[in-house]
Design a protein around this ligand. Structure first.
Ligand code: HEM
Length: 455
């Protein structure tokens, strides 16, 4: 029955439901949540489906995405699903917190991501990429695990830039820890969907718990060391140590600082690494694009070592990274829960409804992209980008909860591509590209080996 909100607009309160079997959805979510998306969301602007007795709203129309994530941001929270899946590791850090607790944390760290600050970090990004490249050159031609290599490089960058060094944290152990934590997240999403009690066991739960305990205790020792010997570095650790809530005046507890360091370390290296892994696979399968990237890098650098000044000039390389994140968005689905009733298009969405923004489906949507499955960096020329709705492309989300590290990530990715591709090319080993599987982030379904070819 139609109802009114604010300016007497007639709003619909019953939804045209797309049937979805709860069991089918649960099985798909455990295996790969991308397979649980209603197929019609790749063609329609908006899909309502009912699983486990609850309506879920899938949004793919950029106008509706803007209306929900930007205009109605205050009516939305991260919700129970996100808290269940990520809360054990990230507590109530910046990614998972809501309301006033989110806001003061965001304001406390915003300074670390200002443009001038990021420019200062560029040499550190370039040096980390050079360490990876030198290791490759020492080992010579052969096969590398590009997943491991990119995780290692971006981890090196995040701990150097945000924590002024790794403080003895072992990258290999962190990488395994994060994978162990993320592996069973399909189960946490599926169990959350049917509101199963949180103690219910599922495969991988014990390993995930141990991984979180290891990661959190490693970071706690970093904070304890910093409290014992304070210094005046303007890095993230010191920003968090000195942050104070404008309302209560209180500072963060050690556990809250760990929540945020965990957030920045995981959100800040795994996503960029995945963007790069997919970029290298796509380049290897599109020699014409690869040649153009190599030509651009050679023309800009003329064989000299890459410097911070070169990075913004690598326009085509940046287009390639953007297009790779369209085809394979590292964060493929974001969700919200309505905290109060709000208007979405012609509908009144009641409090408690779960909203799903399948970035992956937006990026492959038949009405937003021509030949969406084709890899074409030309889509990101400045003219082509101007002709699109801003939210037809949203690898970093939208609205006040947009990724705080988006500029950091792009700068870092372009620098890494330039430093590596100046001296090597990577060739695919398998004839078919890997399948993307969502484990919170979008990973290849198997270890991705690539052949290193010296240039
Ligand atoms: C290619 C790389 C990256 C991608 C694709 C990505 C994607 C995203 C997306 C989609 C969101 C929004 C989540 C939502 O709305 O629910 C987000 C939030 C966030 N990202 Fe990123 N991210 C990347 C790199 C980074 C980096 C490098 C950092 C830190 C150095 C970072 C830190 C964060 C944090 C802290 C949030 C939460 C922001 C808030 O809620 O206020 N991310 N990211």
């Amino acid at each position: 029955m139609p109802t009114a909100i604010e300016n007497d607009t007639e709003l619909k309160t019953s939804f045209p439901l797309t049937p979805q079997s709860t069991l089918g959805a649960l099985v798909a979510i455990v295996r790969n949540p991308l397979d649980a998306l209603p197929p019609s969301i790749f063609k329609e602007p908006l899909v309502f489906s009912k699983t486990a007795g609850e309506v879920k709203v899938y949004l793919a129309d950029p106008v509706l995405i803007h209306e929900a994530l930007v205009k109605n941001a205050d009516s939305l929270g991260k919700g129970d699903q996100v808290r269940r899946a990520l809360g054990p590791a990230l507590g109530e850090g910046l990614l998972t917190a809501d309301g006033a607790h989110w806001k003061w944390q965001r304001q406390s760290v915003a300074g670390a991501f200002r443009h001038d600050k990021l420019v200062e970090l560029q040499p550190t990004m370039i040096e980390a990429a050079e360490r990876t490249r030198n290791r490759w050159l020492e080992n010579g031609q052969g096969t590398i695990d590009i997943g491991h290599e990119m995780m290692r490089t971006t981890f090196d960058i995040i701990v150097e830039t945000m924590m002024s060094g790794g403080h003895g944290i072992e990258v290999g152990k962190v990488e395994t820890g994060i994978s162990d934590f993320l592996r069973p997240t399909g189960w946490t999403f599926a169990l959350g969907l049917v509101h199963a009690p949180e103690w219910i066991p599922y495969p991988g739960r014990g390993k995930a718990k141990a991984a979180v305990a290891f990661l959190r205790s490693s970071l706690l020792s970093v904070i304890e060391a910093r409290r014992k010997s304070p210094d005046d570095r303007r890095d993230l650790v010191n920003m968090l140590l000195s942050a104070s809530d404008p309302e209560s005046g209180r500072t963060m507890t050690d556990a809250e600082i760990v929540d945020n360091l965990m957030t920045f370390i995981t959100a800040g290296h795994e996503t960029t690494a995945l963007g790069l892994i997919w970029t290298f696979d796509l380049l290897a399968r599109h020699p014409e694009v690869e040649s153009q990237v190599l030509a651009e890098i050679d023309a800009i650098t003329e064989g000299r070592p890459i410097t911070a000044v070169d990075v913004p000039k690598l326009v085509y390389t940046r287009q390639v990274f953007s297009e790779a994140m369209r085809v394979y968005p590292p964060a493929p689905i974001i969700t919200r829960t309505a905290l109060k009733d709000f208007q979405l298009g012609e509908y009144l969405i009641p409090a408690g409804t779960v909203l799903i923004v399948p970035i992956y489906a937006v990026h492959h949507h038949a009405s937003l992209w021509q030949d969406p499955e084709v890899f074409d960096p030309g889509r990101f020329s400045s003219e082509a980008a101007k002709a699109r709705h801003r939210y037809a492309y949203m690898p970093f989300g939208a609205g006040p909860r947009v990724c705080i590290g988006s500029a950091f990530a792009v700068m870092e990715a372009v620098a890494i591509l330039a430093v590596l591709l100046q001296k090597v090319r990577l060739a695919a080993i398998e004839p078919q590209p890997p399948k993307p599987v969502m484990k919170v982030t979008l990973r290849p379904n198997k270890t991705l080996g690539m052949n290193l070819v010296l240039r």
